[in-house]
Write a protein that binds this ligand. Structure first.
Ligand SMILES: CC(=O)N[C@H]1[C@@H](OP(=O)(O)OP(=O)(O)OC[C@H]2O[C@@H](n3ccc(=O)[nH]c3=O)[C@H](O)[C@@H]2O)O[C@H](CO)[C@@H](O)[C@@H]1O
Ligand SMILES: C=C(OP(=O)(O)O)C(=O)O
Length: 439
């Protein structure tokens, strides 16, 4: 298995570039299934999740061409030909690897009028239900039953009719799924407390470019007027806002005081107001430019407590990384996750690196830098954002940190070790024997 080996204490210098958004790329791929023909999507990240979802699409009969290493001219472009969708199914072997495969429920119902999609099952940090996806799609007229771990759905007469649904709580994935199902329904749909995350907005913009009639993207009420068919499209994915936030935190903790670190390929609006405001309160200067951001290193990071919330609130996908930044702050702080109240698998691993922090209910209390000098250790990745938080901690820990099971990290960070190496960090990929991780 692969691990990342980090020699801590090296300064972050120069610049880094953010890739295409993972959490937008996946619904864009699902959207392409709705049109009879070939769509082309640019700025696609080279990530395990993108390869997994390509295979999910192929099962249905779609062809997916994405050969970034072989194609130096258009390395980030994907072609999806959905002319021949003859097998409306998403099997367990693929869905279990990646929850976003559940988008196939809405996409296949919208395209074929029927779908058989495996239930996604558990997640590394706890339960992640799909009840809102199912109820939302039922509200559009689908007949749904569960059988043998699969959701089997059918549109009476071969086409959904549209309907109304209110999400509680707001859900990114369920909003995407119902939109996939609603855009080709025969009537109107209205969704309340819909997700306003940039991932949903950009996905909705691709549907609009394909001919869908959608109003209210980016607000809590989205209305859809169903159309008879959608057309293939050429569309560009947006930059990854979570990768951007991760690099801003890396810059805050590892850029030498007074020096500047540059992050390219950015869309800072997608970070949401709360992250930007809380980041400003840490006292780390940030200059937001056009497609780039400069972060200045400081002597002292101020402790700032955060609470996650749907967009434009603080993203849950950045709370583990923030926790690491707070181990470097000049006092104590708290991190509360109201979206996923048990997403704290990184906490015991950070303790192995010497951090003084504890999780109590939905809140982690972190002691600051004086109480927590970090030192290298073997730590285990458990999920995507927990893994990257361990890499960040390894960058500021003294000595060597080994981050095991980096396949979690490879789901969502494109060429992370290469990008960090180019920015001065001593980080290497190596292999290890899972039974003897200490060699
Ligand atoms: C591939 C992708 O884009 N993943 C992101 C997406 O996940 P995902 O779309 O799975 O997350 P949701 O927005 O659905 O989850 C938000 C909240 O709704 C709850 N819920 C969700 C669905 C449902 O049917 N019932 C229900 O109760 C969840 O338990 C959670 O408490 O948004 C999350 C919240 O920003 C991010 O952490 C994930 O990185
Ligand atoms: C949790 C994430 O992804 P997923 O919803 O696919 O598990 C993530 O991107 O942080």
């Amino acid at each position: 298995m692969d691990k990342l080996v980090i020699q801590g204490g090296r300064p972050l210098t120069g610049q880094i570039t953010v890739g295409g958004s993972k959490n937008t790329a996946l619904p864009l791929m699902a959207a392409a299934l709705l049109a009879d023909g070939e769509s082309k999507i640019h700025n696609m990240p080279v990530l395990q999740d993108v390869y997994t979802f390509s295979n999910v699409l192929r099962v249905t009969g779609a062809t997916v061409a994405f050969t970034p290493d072989d194609d130096p001219n258009t390395p980030d472009s994907m072609r999806i030909d959905a002319s021949n969708i003859h097998h409306p199914e998403a099997p367990y072997e693929l869905v279990k690897k990646m929850r976003a495969s559940f988008y196939m429920l809405g996409a296949l119902l919208g395209r074929c009028g029927k779908a058989k999609v495996s239930l996604p099952g558990g997640c590394a940090w706890g339960p992640r239900p799909v009840d809102l996806h199912i109820k939302g799609i039922e509200a559009l007229g689908a007949e749904i039953r569960e059988e043998g771990g699969y959701v089997i759905a059918e549109a009476p007469g071969g086409r959904l009719k549209g309907g109304t649904f209110a999400f509680e709580p707001s859900s990114v994935g369920a909003t995407i799924n119902v939109l996939l199902a609603a855009v080709t329904a025969s009537g109107e749909s209205r969704f309340e407390n819909a997700a306003a995350e940039p991932d949903v907005v950009v996905f909705g913009q691709m549907l609009q470019a394909m001919g869908a009639k959608i109003d209210g993207l980016g607000t809590k009420t989205i209305t859809v007027q169903g159309v008879d068919k959608l057309n293939p499209v050429e569309f560009s994915n947006c930059p990854d806002r979570i990768e951007l936030g991760t690099y801003m935190i890396a810059a805050a903790i590892a850029t030498p005081p007074g020096e500047t670190f540059v992050i390219n390929g950015t869309n800072a609006d997608h970070l949401g107001a709360d992250f930007r405001e809380r980041f400003a309160e840490t006292g780390v200067p940030v200059t937001y430019g056009d497609g780039m951001i400069e972060v200045e290193g400081v002597e002292t990071i101020q402790p700032v407590s955060i609470e996650t919330a749907p967009y434009p609130g603080f993203p849950t996908d950045l709370q583990a990384q923030w926790t690491v930044m707070m181990t470097q702050a000049s006092g104590a702080s708290t991190v509360r996750d109201t979206v996923y109240t048990d997403r704290f698998k990184h906490v015991p691993e950070l303790r192995r690196l010497g951090a003084k922090l504890r999780a109590d209910g939905d809140t982690v209390t972190i002691e600051g830098k004086d109480a927590t000098p970090l030192s290298g250790a073997i730590v285990m990745s458990t999920d995507l954002r927990a893994s990257v938080s361990l890499v960040l901690a390894g960058m500021v820990a003294s000595g060597e940190t080994n981050v095991l099971r980096v396949y979690h990290l490879d789901r969502g960070y494109e060429k992370l070790e290469k990008k960090l190496q180019n920015a001065g960090i001593a980080i290497e990929r190596d292999t290890y024997d899972e039974a003897h991780p200490e060699g």
